[in-house]
Design a protein around this ligand. Structure first.
Ligand SMILES: C[S@@+](CC[C@H](N)C(=O)[O-])C[C@H]1O[C@@H](n2cnc3c(N)ncnc32)[C@H](O)[C@@H]1O
Length: 265
């Protein structure tokens, strides 16, 4: 039995289960298993689902928050409506998307024609939990895909953390490989508990893991290297010699997904 056959078989099993339970994607089980272990979402919570298309994680989030909660999903792609959720089409790393989400939190606008539930008078409530299964369009070249995905995850942190309440939780998919420690360390400056978790539904199928961040701190701990997660990732990559600022034209090169840098003799 080849490894590839086994991986395909595993995926099919989750796909069949998803179909039989009415979930739009097998990835729904990844969030269900994360939720079983860490209870990131509670009844009545406000949840942001980043990279929500086709809606599997949104469905699970709506189940967990119940009728008193609110789930907002955002994706570059239009997603078929999910009962109980507000879905936004947009790039999460775009300031306009951030503003749209804030407006939704304030209850000031209608995205899909329906009216938002009242969520707390004049004072804007922030999200209790942010879940992100975001993934760039993959090229199949692992180094490149992993690097792009890591940079995207850093940007998701930077764009969405201002919308997360103190004490809130954040979970994101992340691909293992070069530079991952830069993002993990940046997360540790901002949350009191950070750990990696590999749900059964994604085991054996890829090198993805989920970064589980609990209890957002009121402000980042002292001593961090940059003001944003993206800057901290860059500083980490520089300190590891993976990227260099103002690099000269290389003669011999080391290949990395981030940038090509001169080989150290
Ligand atoms: C693996 S899918 C998410 C699957 C989803 N969690 C589910 O259960 O149905 C990753 C999604 O991230 C979205 N994405 C990638 N870059 C994005 C960006 N900059 N802003 C918003 N969504 C993005 C993609 O369009 C894609 O739909």
């Amino acid at each position: 039995m080849s490894k590839r056959w086994f991986q395909e078989h595993q995926r099919d099993t989750w796909r069949r289960q998803a179909r039989s339970k009415g979930y739009r994607a097998r990835s729904a089980f990844k969030l269900k298993q994360i939720q079983e272990k860490f209870t990131l979402i509670r009844e009545g919570d406000l949840v942001l689902d980043v990279g929500c298309h086709p809606g599997g994680w949104t469905q699970v989030s709506v189940e967990e928050t119940g009728s008193n909660g609110l789930v907002i999903g955002i994706d570059l792609l239009a997603c078929a409506p999910v009962d109980g959720a507000h879905l936004v089409i947009g790039d999460v790393t775009d300031k306009i998307s951030q503003e749209t989400i804030l407006e939704l939190l304030q209850g000031g606008s209608k995205v899909d024609g329906s009216t938002l539930p009242e969520i707390g008078g004049d004072e804007t409530r922030l999200f209790n939990t942010i879940v992100s299964d975001i993934s760039p369009r993959l090229t199949g070249q692992y180094d490149r895909d992993q690097a792009i995905s890591l940079e995207l995850v850093a940007m998701v942190f930077d764009f969405t953390l201002p919308l997360l309440a103190t004490g809130g939780s954040f979970v994101t998919k992340i691909f293992q490989g070069t530079g991952i420690e830069g993002v993990v360390n940046a997360a540790k400056q901002r949350f009191s508990r950070v750990q990696r978790f590999s749900p059964e539904a994604s085991r054996n199928s890829s090198s993805e893991v989920f970064l589980i961040c609990k209890n957002k701190l009121p402000k980042p701990k002292k001593g961090f290297r940059g003001t944003t997660v993206a800057q901290e990732l860059d500083s980490h990559l520089e300190s590891e010699g993976i990227i260099q600022s103002n690099e000269p034209e290389p003669e011999t090169e080391v290949k990395s997904g981030f940038r090509r840098i001169p080989k150290k003799e």
